[in-house]
Design a protein. Structure first.
Length: 163
């Protein structure tokens, strides 16, 4: 029951992303027109769903580079397929069966450090299933600031100034 309640809270939280004439992209608040220009989008997004459709390749590119980078550091001998999709109750998942990592499209709003911490989190599942003490010990080996970054993610603070 406790897990169910926390999933409901996460679902509620992840479904409320502010969208107006400005929104966050990679941790920076920008006007939609500036986002179109800076990231060479085809058009100015007219809704949150439209924004995700236009920026999906951008996020995917960042995630693929991050997965490649951290896989090398962590000595992971396999190549993961990386996907970006609409997820209601999670930020990411690791499927050993299909050797794929899936990430929530809403991560586009967060600072790259937060996104990268989530990539490391999912890659640690290559070595350790579940979220026990061994998992967190290994996770903090590769991302010592994970607890802080995870807190920022859960609070949906898109910016991260603790470089």
């Amino acid at each position: 029951m406790k897990n169910y309640k926390s999933l409901l809270r996460l679902q509620k939280k992840t479904s409320t992303v502010p969208f107006s004439d400005t929104t966050y992209i990679f941790g920076e608040e920008k006007s939609l027109n500036d986002i179109k220009i800076k990231y060479n989008l085809k058009e100015v997004p007219t809704s949150l769903e439209h924004f995700y459709a236009l920026t999906k390749k951008l996020l995917l590119s960042h995630l693929e580079e991050s997965v490649k980078h951290y896989s090398k550091i962590m000595n992971i001998p396999v190549t993961y397929k990386v996907r970006v999709k609409r997820m209601k109750t999670r930020w990411g998942s690791n499927s050993k069966h299909t050797m794929s990592l899936s990430f929530n499209e809403k991560l586009i709003h967060f600072h790259p450090r937060i996104i990268n911490a989530l990539v490391v989190h999912e890659l640690v599942h290559y070595f350790v299933n579940g979220h026990g003490p061994k998992f967190y010990k290994l996770l903090e080996k590769y991302e010592p600031n994970y607890k802080d970054l995870d807190r920022v993610l859960k609070e949906q603070c898109y910016e991260y100034n603790n470089e």
